[in-house]
Design a binder for this molecule. Structure first.
Ligand SMILES: C[C@@](CO)(OP(=O)(O)O)[C@H](O)COP(=O)(O)OP(=O)(O)OC[C@H]1O[C@@H](n2ccc(N)nc2=O)[C@H](O)[C@@H]1O
Ligand SMILES: Nc1ncnc2c1ncn2[C@@H]1O[C@H](COP(=O)(O)OP(=O)(O)O)[C@@H](O)[C@H]1O
Length: 318
C-alpha cells in the first residue's frame, strides 16, 4: 500500500522592530502600527492524510529547549483550528489529518510561534486536500485565527496596521543579524496588553495610523546604527513590569556589544541587534558565557513555503 500523502510547510517566527499600540478598543483588541520582521527560527508542520475525519496532533522539539506545557494538543491548538478552518471554508465533508508540529520558536515568547503553526497548517492542509483556496482566501482565514497569523504566511518584512493583520510588505533587501534570548517561562499576550492599559491609564493614548518612516528607511538601507536608534515597543514597559528579571538581561546584551536590545512583541524573548553576522555570533557566545540562552538569527526570513520549495526562495542579499 502506498504511504499516505503528506505535505510539510515551514513558517518563520517574528520580532516586531517597531510596535506602537493604541488605546483599548471596545472589541478587546488594540490598534497597532507594527513593523514585523520574520527571523530564521522556523516552525514546521507536516500534514498527513487520515482515513477518518479526526484531527490528530503531535509535537517535537528537536533542539530540546522548549517548555511544552501550555501548548494544547487538542482542538484548541492553533494548527488544529487552522485545519478546521480550511476544511470548513472548502466545504470538505471528510477532512481527517495528522498534524506534526516541529517547534523551534519559544512558546508564549512574543515571537508568534503558535501563529506560525497556524499559518503552516493552513497552507499544508490546503495543499494536502487540494482544497483550492486562493492566497487571499488563506490570508482571510489567517486573520480569523489571530492578529499575527497573516504575517506568518507572508514573512519578510511588513508594516501591519489594524490589529496587525492589515499588511503591506516593506523593502528590506539587506540581511540583519540579531541575537534572541528566550526566557525559561512565557508571558500571556492578553495579560501584557492589559498591563500596558493599566500603566497608561489616565493618559491620552493616540491611535497609531502609520509606521515610523525612519524605521522603513533604515530597513531599506540596511542601516543598522540608524535602526538601533529607533527600535520601539510600547509593550516593553508592561513586559518588564511582569518579568522584571529581563532588565538585567537587556543590560547584559548592550554591555556585551549589541547595538540595541528590546523585548520581542509581548515578550519575554529579548532581541538584540548586532552590527553584522560575526558580531551576532560573538554576542551570542558572550551571553551564553554569562549563563543566558542565546541564538543568533537573521531577518528578514521568508514566509510560508512547502518543504520542496525551501531552497527556491533565498533571494535576500547579505
Ligand atoms: C503582541 C503581538 C505583536 O505582534 O504578538 P506576540 O508578541 O503575542 O507574538 C500581537 O499583537 C499579538 O498577536 P496574537 O498573539 O496573534 O494575538 P491574538 O491571538 O489575535 O489575540 C490575543 C489577545 O491579545 C490581545 N491583542 C492582540 C492583538 C492586538 N492588536 N490587540 C490586542 O489587544 C487581545 O487581548 C487578544 O484577545
Ligand atoms: N501551536 C501552538 N503553539 C504554541 N502555542 C499555542 C499553539 N496553539 C495554541 N497555543 C496557545 O497560544 C499561547 C501563545 O502562544 P505563542 O504563539 O507561542 O506565543 P506568543 O503569542 O507570545 O507569540 C500558548 O501559551 C498556548 O496556550
Amino acid at each position: 500500500m502506498a504511504a499516505p500523502r503528506s505535505v510539510t510547510v515551514r513558517t518563520p517566527g517574528k520580532i516586531n522592530v517597531s510596535l506602537k499600540v493604541g488605546p483599548l478598543r471596545p472589541d478587546g483588541y488594540h490598534s497597532v502600527a507594527s513593523v514585523y520582521l520574520a527571523v530564521s527560527l522556523f516552525e514546521e508542520v507536516t500534514a498527513t492524510a487520515l482515513e477518518t475525519d479526526e484531527i490528530q496532533l503531535t509535537l517535537s522539539d528537536p533542539d530540546g529547549r522548549l517548555p511544552q506545557e501550555g501548548i494544547p494538543l487538542d482542538g484548541n491548538n492553533l494548527a488544529a483550528r487552522a485545519a478546521r478552518a480550511v476544511a470548513s471554508r472548502a466545504g470538505l465533508a471528510q477532512a481527517g489529518v495528522h498534524l506534526h508540529i516541529t517547534k523551534r520558536v519559544p512558546v508564549a515568547g512574543g515571537m508568534g510561534g503558535g501563529s506560525a503553526d497556524a499559518a503552516a497548517a493552513l497552507l499544508a492542509c490546503n495543499e494536502l486536500w487540494n482544497a483550492g483556496l486562493t492566497p487571499a482566501e488563506l490570508a482571510g482565514l489567517a486573520a480569523g485565527l489571530g492578529a499575527d497569523v497573516p504575517f506568518a504566511l507572508l514573512g519578510g518584512a511588513a508594516a501591519g496596521l489594524g490589529v496587525g493583520d492589515r499588511l503591506t510588505p516593506v523593502p528590506a533587501p539587506h540581511r540583519l543579524h540579531w541575537v534572541l534570548v528566550p526566557a525559561p517561562y512565557g508571558l500571556s499576550t492578553p495579560q501584557v496588553y492589559a498591563a500596558v492599559d493599566r500603566l497608561r491609564s489616565g493618559t491620552d493614548v493616540a491611535e497609531p495610523t502609520e509606521v515610523d518612516p525612519v524605521i522603513l528607511a533604515a530597513l531599506a538601507d540596511g542601516n543598522t546604527s540608524a535602526l538601533a536608534g529607533v527600535l520601539v515597543n510600547d509593550l516593553q514597559p508592561a513586559a518588564l513590569e511582569l518579568a522584571p528579571g529581563l532588565r538585567t538581561v537587556l543590560e547584559a546584551g548592550t554591555r556585551l556589544g549589541a547595538l540595541a536590545g528590546m523585548v520581542s512583541g509581548s515578550g519575554p524573548t529579548l532581541a538584540f541587534l548586532a552590527a553584522d553576522e560575526a558580531a551576532a555570533s560573538a554576542l551570542a557566545a558572550a551571553l551564553r558565557t554569562e549563563g543566558h540562552s542565546a541564538l543568533a538569527v537573521y531577518g528578514p526570513a521568508e514566509g510560508a513555503v512547502t518543504a520542496a520549495d525551501t531552497t527556491a526562495h533565498q533571494t535576500y542579499r547579505k
